[in-house]
Write a protein of this length. Structure first.
Length: 59
């Protein structure tokens, strides 16, 4: 599974047969940075943060 906050990375991983998990990162570029991209709904998981990802994966 590829985990990232960028659709382009996750889309490429999906094209190679990997599952994908989009983790929202609204502050990645700082308070005056661009808005968080909308996740591609085709990703296997879309989560708010890494603790949610761990929970959803059963870790």
């Amino acid at each position: 599974m590829m985990v990232a906050c960028h659709n382009f990375d996750l889309n490429a991983a999906r094209e190679c047969g990997y599952k994908s998990a989009f983790v929202k990162r609204p502050a990645e570029w700082g308070p005056s940075g661009p808005p968080d991209p909308a996740p591609n709904p085709a990703h296997d998981l879309i989560v708010e943060d890494f603790p949610e990802l761990a929970e959803r994966l059963g870790a």
